[in-house]
Design a protein around this ligand. Structure first.
Ligand SMILES: Nc1ncnc2c1ncn2[C@@H]1O[C@H](COP(=O)(O)OP(=O)(O)OP(=O)(O)O)[C@@H](O)[C@H]1O
Length: 257
């Protein structure tokens, strides 16, 4: 049974770049339906850890498991097909098509796997409904007929999240989702992540520097420092830890190194 396993797990996952250990024996389980924030000072290994999970990088040693299955050597497309979706990595926004057409194309591509010729008409209706559902979820339903190139930057980011959802991932990964956003776009994207979180089948991983964002969204925090996992737990408790306080001031006690 898949429910016996955490949806996602890393076991002793390590990557070296020459002599530098960027992620150092990180073992961590991500329970289904939770939002985990990954924090740590600059250069701690957060993005590298993300890359090891999404497949952009392959571990030097250790394992990455999805639903208990070893995906350590799987490619990015294989991981995407198996349910790991990383936001803002999609390069397949079609700027001259409408918002709705973009979402339908992704829903169609997703359905292409197991395509059943004999139920084509039904599938088509299902795809249209699926696309509308996704548009509603990201609050772009009223903008469905707009051409993508005419959207504001914030709405394009919403559409990127829509395309991610249309792929039906079990694990959603956001690496600094508010980076580069204007002051009025930030709450929109955070609200969106909050909405996504309500679906308990979705497990969300978030790399984020802003503590107020983490506090408002995370069920759990893990702390990386020098590539190693140095703390994990419920947000208030982790934020109160001296190591986190000091890490955010750019200093970490010797004991933690
Ligand atoms: N491809 C690479 N080759 C060599 N070193 C790398 C490579 N990718 C990352 N590193 C190094 O690994 C360490 C971790 O980098 P990473 O980008 O994962 O940190 P981070 O916690 O995401 O930092 P930030 O918060 O600044 O984005 C850094 O010292 C970085 O220079």
């Amino acid at each position: 049974m898949t429910t016996e396993h955490p949806i996602l797990e890393t076991r002793d996952v390590t990557i070296r770049f020459g002599g530098h250990v960027a992620v150092d024996h990180v073992s961590c389980a991500f329970p289904r339906g939770t939002l985990t924030a990954i924090v740590g000072p600059n250069g701690a290994g957060k993005t590298t850890y993300f890359n090891l999970i999404s497949g952009q990088l392959k571990a030097t040693s250790g394992q990455v498991l999805l639903n208990g299955a070893d995906i350590t050597r799987a490619s990015v497309p294989e991981r995407t097909a198996r349910g790991i979706g990383r936001a803002f990595q999609l390069t397949n926004l079609f700027p001259s098509l409408s918002v709705r057409e973009n979402v339908r194309l992704v829903a169609q591509a997703k359905a292409g796997k197991g395509f059943d010729m004999f139920s084509m008409a039904d599938s088509h209706i299902e795809l249209i409904e699926r696309a509308e559902h996704v548009l509603a979820e990201v609050r772009l339903l009223d903008d469905g007929d707009r051409i993508v190139s005419a959207l504001s930057h914030g709405d394009q980011r919403k559409l990127e999240v829509a395309l991610l959802i249309a792929l039906g991932p079990q694990v959603l990964m956001f690496d600094e989702p508010t980076a580069g956003m204007s002051v009025d776009e930030v709450p929109v994207i955070l609200d969106l992540i909050r909405t996504l979180k309500q679906d308990m089948d979705r497990t969300i991983l978030l790399v984020e520097h802003k503590m107020d964002v983490i506090r408002s969204l995370a069920d759990r925090i893990i702390v990386l420092h020098n590539g190693a996992l140095v703390a994990e737990g419920e947000p208030a408790a982790v934020i109160a830890m001296p190591i986190v306080q000091e890490a955010y001031l750019g200093k970490v006690p010797e004991a933690a190194q």
